[in-house]
Design a protein around this ligand. Structure first.
Ligand code: 1GP
Length: 253
């Protein structure tokens, strides 16, 4: 079954923008999870991503099963490391950290994780993952031991994304890191979106629905929000309507 990627590309083709809610297993409280899912259902959230750069909890399967029991929104693993695989989810963003020069995160950990991934039966979505400087060091830049792309170096971002596309990756995920002080600029999103053909996912430090809207108008195909929603899950509705409102218009203005 390859429904997740199909859905992403079909929506991209029609100009409809997608919203993924990110749940960090380390931060989510089980009590709050149910209400968050209820709101996500009401808001017609397209995907739930689950993962984090650290993940110290050993409750990934438990949380995945809990979410699957309460909603049919497709659940996609956004792994911080190869141990973050749960066969109870629907898909896996198979991330290669193409902005960095850490061979382990470009290919090494993938080799190690293949038996687990293959056995899981998850839909695997090859993703060129690009960290963009978000104004201060984030957990992901520390843990990955890589330098993010400077926030004003659009040309480096474009060439990195194009290299990922030419290598056959199915999507590009540009991330300023969870809780980033400064989210990725619209100028960089526009530069990258105008050059690549594969879907573009944007996340990291998006707190305002207006910013999500502008990112979509700049060419993002999917917006990922985690931190801001952990603080206030009521924001899901506003984020969803801003993202939906930006769709079905020409992306690149
Ligand atoms: C982080 O892109 C995601 O990897 C989401 O970031 O938690 O800051 O929304 P936030």
């Amino acid at each position: 079954m390859n429904n997740i990627y199909k859905r992403i590309t079909e929506n991209k083709a029609t100009g409809k923008k997608l919203f993924a809610l990110l749940i960090d297993p380390d931060k989510i409280m089980m009590g709050k999870l149910t209400s968050t899912i209820e709101i996500a259902e009401k808001a017609n959230v397209d995907f739930i991503f689950i993962g984090g750069s650290l993940v110290v909890t050993n409750k990934l399967n438990e949380i995945v099963l809990h979410i699957k029991k309460e909603t049919s929104i497709p659940l996609v693993i956004f792994p911080g490391n190869p141990s973050q695989v749960s066969r109870y989810a629907d898909g896996l963003l198979y991330l290669s950290l193409i902005s960095g020069r850490n061979p382990d995160l470009l290919i090494g950990q993938h080799v190690v994780s293949v038996p687990m991934v293959r056995e899981s039966g998850l839909e695997v979505i090859s993703t060129g993952y690009m960290l963009i400087d978000g104004g201060e060091p984030t957990s992901i830049s520390y843990i990955s031991n890589t330098t993010p792309i400077p926030s004003n170096k659009n040309e480096i971002a474009v060439c990195t994304a194009l290299a990922g596309e030419m290598l056959g990756m199915k999507t590009i995920y540009m991330d300023a890191g969870s809780g980033a002080k400064t989210p990725i600029t619209e100028s960089m999103i526009k530069a990258v979106a105008s050059q690549i053909k594969i879907p573009l996912i944007i996340g990291g430090g998006i707190r305002e629905p207006e910013k999500a809207y502008l990112n979509c108008k700049a060419g993002a195909d999917m917006i990922v929000v985690g931190n801001a929603i952990e603080k206030d899950n009521g924001l899901i509705i506003e984020m969803a309507s801003a993202i939906k409102a930006s769709g079905n218009v020409k992306n690149i203005t």
